[in-house]
Design a protein around this ligand. Structure first.
Ligand code: IPM
Ligand code: MN
Length: 352
């Protein structure tokens, strides 16, 4: 038997509600197998910060590191100044654990009606770089509050950082039927970073000759995502473009309530062990406006659990979770269920 050590950061708002259901479905997926899961809850987020002023201590990080994976609900609260938890907790986790592959799949499931009249078949994945770009915090301000204020946010792009995520995206594209990779950037304006990304994609393509590559400026990519989303297979892009594009991608495939994500560190040490736990989280936030009402859709978290299972080498269980979601979406129609009802229904489907 094998045990999965899972760090759980339920977080704020609807985070705790959706994570509870995600764990229920995870249990159902492992029931009857020789794999068990042991969870440890981490009290991180708004409550902890308000009580202690701490966002993520070294001790927290060290404890989290010892786990096989992390399941995160959502963080953020209107009582906490913007940026405190985002930078101090969520991004700190992504950066410290070196989650350089931020994987965000978008699929339009049968039965789901999005805002597009004729979307065609939509099934693509955005490989968003997770540790660089403007997110690094390499900026600063001068003369704050004066009419001469200067506010700089520098986008950091390293050859090392770009190459490793591009390589990962190529490998993912090569494993998919259409074998197509689209680089999204803005190299006509952001010439330094843009050209690094372009040259890197060109160079790595030599190692993946079966993959067809194309390029879109990010503004044009938003048009195509609405007018012809089925043109996309794998998209690789930087941290900020990826953030924006994946919200749009969620919007065209049934909304943010269905959008799953994985923050992956694919690196392994000499013994083949993962160097850091990867983190799985719905793309949505803590939604304080509906928190505590039991009406958040846990589906994005459940799909993130499927990604977790896949990542931990349990593809059959992952497929069962995804199939349960697909069936649930096909049959859900206009029915309104509570968070717990959706979780219970999904767990029942997974259990078969
Ligand atoms: C996301 C979120 C985060 C991001 C915020 C909360 C820092 O929007 O996961 O997409 O920008 O990456
Ligand atoms: Mn976002």
């Amino acid at each position: 038997t094998r045990s999965i050590d899972l760090a759980v950061i339920a977080g704020d708002g609807i985070g705790t509600e959706v994570v509870e259901q995600g764990l229920l479905v995870l249990e159902a997926a492992l029931a009857g197998s020789d794999v068990t899961v042991a969870t440890r809850d981490f009290d991180l987020g708004a409550r902890r910060w308000q009580a202690t002023g701490e966002t993520l201590t070294d001790a927290d990080l060290q404890a989290i590191r010892g786990h096989d994976a992390i399941l995160l609900g959502a963080i953020g609260d209107p009582q906490v100044p913007s940026g405190v938890l985002e930078r101090g907790l969520l991004l700190k986790l992504r950066f410290t654990l070196d989650h350089y592959v931020n994987l965000r799949p978008s699929r339009l499931y049968p039965g789901v009606t999005g805002p597009l009249a004729d979307p065609g078949e939509v099934d693509f994945v955005v490989v968003r770089e997770g540790t660089e770009g403007p997110y690094v915090g390499n900026g600063g301000a001068l003369r704050v509050g004066t009419p001469q204020e200067i506010a700089n946010e520098v986008s950091v792009n390293t050859a090392f950082g770009v190459e490793r995520v591009v390589r990962d995206a190529f490998a993912r594209a090569a494993a998919r039927p259409r074998r197509k990779l689209t680089l999204v950037h803005k190299h006509n304006v952001l010439v330094h970073a843009g050209h690094l990304w372009r040259r890197t994609v060109e160079a790595v393509n030599a190692d993946f000759p079966d993959v067809t590559v194309d390029y879109l400026h990010v503004d044009a990519a938003t048009i195509f995502m609405v007018t012809n989303p089925s043109r996309f297979d794998v998209i690789v892009t930087d941290n900020l473009f990826g953030d924006i594009l994946t919200d749009l991608a969620a919007a065209i495939t049934g909304g943010i309530g269905l959008a799953a994500s994985a923050n992956i560190n694919p690196d392994r040490d000499a013994s083949g062990a993962s160097v850091a736990p990867s983190m799985f989280e719905p793309v949505h936030g803590s939604a304080p406006d509906i928190a505590g009402q039991g009406k958040a859709d846990p589906t994005a978290t459940v799909l993130s659990v499927a990604m977790l299972l896949e990542h931990l080498g349990l593809p059959d269980q992952a497929t069962r979770v995804e199939a349960a979601v697909a069936a649930d979406l096909t049959e859900r129609g206009g029915r309104v269920r509570s968070t717990a009802e959706v979780g219970k229904d999904l767990a029942a489907r997974v259990a078969g």
